[in-house]
Every structure is written in structure tokens, then in C-alpha cells.
Design a protein around this ligand. Structure first.
Ligand code: H79
Length: 439
């Protein structure tokens, strides 16, 4: 009997099994030990500064101005010529972030307008080559952050309204940009990978890459895994996240929520998005704009901002709070003042936020809980009565006190849960924190 066909069949079976294993190995993503350590750091850090800064700040109409005013590429290219932020002071920004109690900064390396805010070698559409300012602000900021122990993430837009090879076009940046109706998307992705390689090679330790814009071409082949693997190879500790409004893809290290707490969907972006088990972050604007907007006077107040931070922590998420610096390089004085107020609060109460995890209770209308070791912090954000009954989570209380001044708090544990007695005089309009020591 001729054994050959069986040999061939066996060989192809073996090949089939091997290729199956290879492809499933590709699908699977296991973070490296460095990456897992970064995730722990990230969850402990809790509070970061988001910065939307680009040549669009010159027009004072937000970072979407190119699309909103339908400014063709040829005309938009005049704007860098007016961008001369002579008052930019990396030290002042980093001190402001530190003073607010923030542990990291996430800044736009490139927004949807495609303009690189660093000295890119693969495109001259960048701050060094095209602006009178001519300096690499990302480098200056990276150096200052390193000196001050603040970690730095880059926000990087996958969507690009300027690059000719961003084709076929997506939902935004259409024919009004004046680009030829042709292009090679893979060439665009090569360009993006090359720019990311620069950012992850020449700027010291990068804490992570914060992607945005994939939603513009939802179902295109973004070669995600290739890009994510490249980032993890260049800097294993760097965290990858993407604002695609979907459940995380393999290769991502944290999940982000835009203008919503995890699981909420007031924006309507998150219909396809389940809350997963990766570290979480929620981002929000300090007024109503990401990039500088001259007419935006809707500055959030102290109570709203602090409660956002506290609620995020209760949901187990970081709070990434945005400012949009002005074209002169300064941050609006109202925003500097708000960040100072937050800093004063976290100086006193940050112990109930940093290094905690969300829970043991999920968020309630009255507030949230955070926990660290045997301690649970009950953050009462919205309650008028002197007694508050909360469900028990199966552990007994050893002691209860007002966090602020350590005044003992009377409590009762029974079948109905835990009842805390909070004297009116001890109530704080922003956040009344009760510290429970558990047995
Ligand atoms: O970078 C920030 C935004 O530019 C980006 N993500 C955050 C972090 C973002 N992209 N899209 N969106 C946010 C939501 C889309 C809002 C839009 Fe509009 C409504 C785009 C056009 C109409 C807001 C309002 C921007 C222009 C007008």
C-alpha cells in the first residue's frame, strides 16, 4: 500500500494545528510584568491632566475647527505660520498639574488635524518645521515631567484630516479637505507607526499611548495588533488604550470612557461598550471644550470637579481632566484657579482616593465607596439626613470616624445593613467622608 497520501495528509494536519496555534497565540495578549506593574501604578495614580494643544488653538474654536468650518488642507496649512506660543513654560504646566494632585499628563502629540507637535522626521508638517516658534514642545514637556516625577502619555489621533493616504475617507474630513480621491491606507498606517516609533524612542519613558479616532472608519483594517505590538516592543511598560467606544481589543491595557463614568452613556458614544476588567479612566473637559475655545465660559465649579474625581474613584476609574492651553502657551487663569482648588482638596482628602480601588459597594445616588486594605471610605456626596443606611458587604465594622477630624461616628449593624449617624455639623457640601475600619 502506498503510504504517501497518509504522510501528506498527516503533514498537512500537523501544519494546520501549528498554524491554528500560531494564529490563536496572535489573538491572545498577555501583558509583560513591566506592563502589569504600570497597570497597578495607573490604578493607584487616580488623577491626570489631559492637554489638548495644537495649532488649532490659534483660532480659539476648539480642536475640531478644521472639520466644523470645513477648512481645506491648503488653507489650514497657513495656521502653523501664526502659532508662536512664546509664553509656553513646561515647568509652569507641570507645577500646575502637581499642585492639583495629578500624577500624570496626557498631551496631544497629533490630533485629527494631523499636525505633529514634535520634531517628526517622517513629515515636515510639524511644530519645529512649520511654526515660527520652532521648538519641540513635547520634548520640553517630557524632560520636565521626568525631572518632576510626573508620567507622560501621548494622545495620538488615528484619524487624520491632512494625510493624503488616509483613504478611503471616513465619516469626517471629507472632500472639503481638497485631497485627491485616492490613497493607500496601509501607507498611512506605516506613517503612523513611524511617528509612534519616534515618540516611543526619543522622549524617554512614555507612560502610554491614548488613541482616538478609530471610530471615523469603524470597520476598516487598522492593523491594530501590529501597532500595539510595536508599542509594547519599543516600551513594554507603556500602556495602550483607545477611545474607540467599544469593548477593549487584545493588546490594550486600559479602558477609557469619554465624558461619562464607566457604564453610563449620557453622550451616546458607548452603546457598543461593555465595562471590562482592565484599569479604567474617564476623561472630561474643565469647561465645555477640549481645545482652546475663546467663547466657552462654561467653566465647571469646584464641587462638580471634585465630585467627578471622587465618583470616578468609586467606579474604580481614574479621572483625566482636560485643559486647552491658549495660543500663547498659557493656561486660562480660571482653569489654573480651579486646579488649585482641587489641589487643596486632595492635599487634605487624597488619602481616600490615591491607591484605593472602587467599592465594595457599586455607586449609589448618595455617593460612592473606595477601599484600601481593611479600610473603606464612604463618600457621601448627596444626602441630607443625619442617618444613612447602606447595604452590608459581609464584613463587620471595627470603627467608624469622620475622615476630616477623626470624630467617631455612631453606627448600627443589623439585618437592614449598616446605619451611619452623621451629625449635620460634620456634613461637607462637597464630600463627607466616613472612614470605616473593618474587622
Ligand atoms: O480629543 C477629544 C475630541 O476631539 C475627540 N475625543 C476627545 C477626547 C472627539 N472626537 N469626537 N468626539 C470627541 C465626539 C464628536 C463630537 C462631534 Fe462635534 C459632534 C463632532 C462633531 C459634532 C463637538 C461638537 C465637536 C464639534 C462639535
Amino acid at each position: 500500500m502506498d503510504m504517501k497520501p497518509i504522510g501528506v495528509a498527516l503533514r498537512s494536519l500537523v501544519l494546520l494545528v501549528i498554524s491554528y496555534q500560531l494564529s490563536s497565540a496572535q489573538e491572545e495578549y498577555k501583558p509583560t510584568p513591566e506592563n502589569s506593574r504600570s497597570r497597578e501604578w495607573f490604578q493607584d495614580a487616580k488623577f491626570g491632566l489631559f492637554i489638548h494643544w495644537g495649532v488649532y488653538s490659534v483660532l480659539g474654536d476648539g480642536e475640531w475647527v478644521m472639520n466644523q468650518q470645513q477648512i481645506p488642507v491648503k488653507i489650514y496649512e497657513k495656521i502653523p505660520g501664526f502659532f508662536n506660543p512664546t509664553d509656553f513654560d513646561a515647568k509652569a504646566w507641570v507645577q500646575m498639574a502637581k499642585g492639583a494632585g495629578m500624577k500624570y499628563i496626557t498631551i496631544t502629540s497629533k490630533h485629527h488635524d494631523g499636525f505633529a507637535m514634535w520634531d517628526s522626521k517622517v513629515s515636515d508638517y510639524n511644530i519645529v518645521k512649520r511654526t515660527p516658534y520652532g521648538k519641540d514642545v513635547l520634548k520640553m514637556l517630557a524632560d520636565e515631567c521626568k525631572k518632576e516625577g510626573i508620567k507622560l502619555f501621548f494622545y495620538h489621533s488615528q484619524l487624520d484630516w491632512h494625510h493624503p493616504d488616509y483613504f478611503p475617507r471616513g465619516n469626517t474630513g471629507g472632500s472639503w479637505t481638497g485631497r485627491a480621491e485616492s490613497g493607500d491606507f496601509n501607507k498611512y498606517l506605516d506613517y503612523m507607526d513611524a511617528q509612534l516609533t519616534e515618540l516611543l524612542t526619543n522622549y524617554g519613558d512614555v507612560a502610554g499611548i491614548w488613541f482616538d479616532g478609530m471610530w471615523d472608519r469603524k470597520d476598516a483594517d487598522w492593523r491594530l495588533r501590529k501597532t500595539y505590538d510595536l508599542i509594547h516592543k519599543l516600551q513594554p511598560a507603556a500602556l495602550v488604550g483607545s477611545n474607540h467606544h467599544r469593548a477593549p481589543y487584545p493588546g490594550e491595557d486600559f479602558q477609557m470612557f469619554e465624558k461619562d463614568l464607566p457604564g453610563h452613556n449620557t453622550t451616546g458614544f458607548s452603546t457598543e461598550k461593555a465595562v471590562g476588567s482592565l484599569p479604567k479612566e474617564t476623561c472630561e473637559t474643565i469647561n465645555n471644550s477640549w481645545g482652546f475655545s475663546l467663547k466657552d465660559e462654561q467653566h465647571k465649579g469646584k464641587k462638580v470637579l471634585i465630585q467627578y474625581l471622587v465618583k470616578a474613584a468609586g467606579y474604580g476609574a481614574n479621572f483625566l481632566l482636560n485643559v486647552g492651553p491658549m495660543p500663547n502657551g498659557k493656561i486660562q487663569p480660571e482653569h489654573i484657579a480651579s486646579l488649585k482648588e482641587m489641589g487643596d482638596w486632595v492635599k487634605e482628602f487624597g488619602g481616600t482616593i490615591y491607591g484605593t480601588r472602587g467599592g465594595p459597594l457599586t455607586a449609589r445616588d448618595w455617593g460612592v465607596t473606595t477601599q484600601k486594605g481593611n479600610t473603606v471610605y464612604v463618600h457621601v456626596l448627596n444626602w441630607f439626613d443625619e442617618s444613612l443606611t447602606i447595604p452590608s458587604w459581609g464584613k463587620k465594622i471595627k470603627s467608624a470616624k469622620i475622615y476630616k477630624d477623626k470624630t467617631p461616628v455612631k453606627f448600627l449593624e443589623n439585618d437592614y445593613g449598616i446605619t451611619l449617624r452623621i451629625p449635620k455639623a460634620k456634613m461637607d457640601e462637597v464630600d463627607t467622608i466616613i472612614e470605616l475600619e473593618m474587622k
